[in-house]
Design a protein around this ligand. Structure first.
Ligand code: KIV
Ligand code: ZN
Length: 510
């Protein structure tokens, strides 16, 4: 059995520090409670030394944290930060001080302006000091140490590993390997993570913290898990500095799809994403995996066909998961563009509550396609308008003028065929029979196979239509034609259906 990943959420620290308007305490509490419901195992609550506001927020979250949740506070590798961090988290059951220093050759030289030996000493001393402080507040407290810019340490990896061995000796329980700026291949980073994992004692939890500068943070995090990292540092909605941190939903679902037991309530993902977007004022991109408005939209005819055929199955032809896994109820969206086909017409019209057969969808698709070629994606309303025109108002050689009941069995039918006018009285067992008999007299015999009548839902069809007739004809080639008519009364609905059918059959009269 694969080990369970440990989700360490950094939304309230890395995510918050990158917001145009960082959250206030109340907003932080909202997110914090959502994270608890979602089931993360650890929350990095903030950077207490950064400001009084940050300190108060971390302190408050530590006070209200559930017993089993790790509350971590960030601190640079300096004593005053570590003291502030310890003070802020002292009220919770599982406090963790997270201290860090950069170890990449570039950063040590140009940013810290320190020699590697000096950085090593600082790291070891900071962890030792943090370890002493945490023991004062809670015997079970932990120390996390991060090699900032670990992703840039390929040239001096041996130095990093040697330093980490000492850092572990000094009291670190968790070693975090950030890809602080994503610049290289996922494989290069993951291989480095694996080397560290192999070099350190197995009771040390390895963590990864990947930024998404090249859009590969999810891949780097997921593959690092398989290379030995258990703690996965992620943000809600992929918030975080620059292009963000690893998106927690993507990692959770990718691991779930790989058969890993993910200890999160995946069904909360969609709601949580919407909530976070709202609170952070960072919109979810249209094409964001899983949670984007477009993430389940299909526009190509081939994809629409596959999507519809598999829509009720757990595995879908063109989606990574069933939307219900992440609590998405909007399902797969079918949008009609010039690339779409009959399946889309059928699905869109059916979903809007209108009756349509595949045969009808095939027939009206070229008309819808032509409109989409000019306008781009067509709103459902436009497709419905085309449907009404093409299904209930079929244009052709036949034009109904009127149909009236003269007596119990006698009806009068007036119509044009091309420019010729017909005014015919006919007998029949009911209006349909009389209308067909009048057409027969006029030289247009019809073979009616079947017919059905429905009461229409006024809310969908409008108050002007309350009856619908569906007629099945056999055309001259023996093919069945389905025609519909709708009206306030059944009599007119019947006759309209017949005339729509006549026009559909492209009657060979000449
Ligand atoms: O990106 C980073 O390296 C960090 C560290 C402080 C862990 O956020
Ligand atoms: Zn970061």
């Amino acid at each position: 059995m694969k080990r369970q990943p440990f989700f360490y959420d950094i939304t309230l620290r890395d995510g918050n520090q990158s917001l145009k308007k960082p959250w206030n305490l109340q907003e932080k509490e909202f997110i914090f409670n959502k994270l608890i419901d979602f089931g993360v195992q650890a929350v990095e609550a903030g950077f207490p030394a950064a400001s009084e506001m940050d300190f108060e927020a971390v302190e408050r979250l530590a006070q209200i944290a559930p017993k089993n949740l790790v509350i971590s506070a960030l601190a640079r590798a300096v004593e005053k930060d570590i003291l502030k961090a310890a003070e802020a988290i002292k009220a919770c059951e599982k406090p963790r001080i997270h201290t860090f220093i950069a170890m990449s050759p570039f950063n040590m030289k140009y940013v810290l302006n320190k020699q590697p030996a000096e950085v090593r000493k600082t790291a070891i001393e900071a962890v030792k000091f943090a370890s002493e402080q945490i023991k004062k507040i809670n015997k079970k407290g932990e120390i996390q140490f991060s090699v900032e810019h670990f992703g840039d340490c390929s040239e001096n990896l041996d130095y990093v590993i040697d330093t980490l061995k000492d850092v572990v000796q000094a009291g670190a329980n968790v070693i975090n390997l950030p890809n602080t700026v994503e610049r290289t291949r996922v494989k290069t980073f993951v291989d480095m993570v694996e080397k560290v994992y192999n070099a350190l004692p197995k009771d040390i939890m390895i963590a990864v913290h990947c930024h998404n500068d090249l859009g590969m943070a999810t891949a780097a995090t997921v593959e690092s898990y398989f290379a030995g990292a258990t703690q996965l540092e992620c943000c809600l909605n992929g918030l975080g500095e620059r292009a963000g941190n690893t998106n927690i939903y993507e990692v959770a679902v990718a691991l779930h799809n790989s058969g890993v037991d993910v200890p999160l309530n995946l069904g909360e993902i969609y709601e949580l994403a919407l909530f976070t977007a709202d609170l952070s004022k960072v919109a979810i991109p249209e094409k964001a995996p899983l949670t984007g408005p477009e993430a389940l939209a299909h526009r190509s005819g081939i994809h629409q066909d596959g999507a519809v055929k598999t829509k009720d199955m757990e595995k879908g032809a063109y989606r990574p998961i069933h939307p219900s896994l992440i609590g998405r109820k909007d399902d797969e969206k079918i949008g009609f563009t010039s690339q779409s086909g009959k399946t889309a017409v059928f699905e869109i019209i059916s979903a809007a509550g209108y009756p349509i057969t595949i045969q009808e969808a095939v027939r009206i698709t070229p008309v819808v396609k032509e409109a989409a070629e000019k306008a781009g994606e067509l709103p459902t309303r436009n497709i419905i308008d085309i449907y009404f025109n093409e299904v209930f108002n079929v244009k052709g050689d036949f034009k109904l003028v009127s149909f009236e009941k003269l007596s119990e069995k006698v009806f009068n039918l007036k119509f044009f065929h091309k420019t010729e006018f017909f005014d015919i009285n006919a007998n029949g067992n009911g209006p349909l029979d009389a209308c067909l008999s009048a057409l027969n007299q006029a030289g247009f015999p019809q073979k009616l196979v079947d017919y059905e009548q429905y009461a229409l839902d006024g809310e969908i069809f409008g108050s002007g239509a309350s009856a619908m007739t569906v007629i099945h004809f056999k055309d001259l080639d023996g093919k069945t034609i389905i025609a519909r008519g709708k009206d306030e009364n059944t009599l007119n609905a019947n006759v309209k259906a017949i005339f729509n059918g006549l026009n559909l059959m492209n009657h060979k009269t000449n």
